[in-house]
Design a protein around this ligand. Structure first.
Ligand code: FES
Length: 149
């Protein structure tokens, strides 16, 4: 499986798709340094990345393989997923439908308000009314910790 080395980043397209109003900037190495306004119902990945840069989100060992855990970055709810061993993603937990907080649900992510369901791998919408995937936050694994890049 993929080794937990190097940054795990979101593409600019993913951010723009998830952010709606995004005016994000992607700089060298694909590190997202700024995106749009504060987290909003469109699932924007915003200043979380900037204000949370370098912040440890969770120990990788605490993220189940094939599952996810809830956490916070800079006080904003996020979801840390590990679809396969060593493949780590951090998504905004703000539902793109109406802004409820999405939670882990086995091998998926689910919004408790209207049951939108998102994938662990790319937070794409699997079911429900959510119009867009959850926004992804660039992270890397450092000494066993998932850290905002
Ligand atoms: S707010 Fe998440 S499905 Fe409606």
């Amino acid at each position: 499986m993929n080794a937990p080395t190097g940054p795990v980043t979101c593409s600019r397209r993913q951010i723009l798709r998830g952010a709606g109003l995004a005016t994000g900037v992607v700089v060298g190495g694909g590190v997202l340094v700024a995106c749009s306004d504060p987290v909003d119902p469109s699932g924007a990945v915003d200043d979380v990345t900037t204000s949370g840069a370098g912040e440890t989100v969770v120990a990788l060992a605490d993220v189940p393989v094939g599952g996810a855990v809830s956490a916070e970055v800079a006080g904003t709810p996020v979801l840390v997923t590990q679809p396969t061993e060593g493949e780590v993603h951090v998504f905004s937990a703000i539902c793109t439908h109406q802004g409820c907080t999405v939670a882990p649900a086995g091998d998926l992510l689910e919004c408790p308000c209207h049951q939108s369901v998102f994938s662990l791998t790319d937070a794409s919408v699997q079911a429900g009314p959510a119009p867009e995937p959850l926004g992804e936050i660039a992270v890397e694994v450092v000494d066993g910790d998932v850290v905002v890049a």
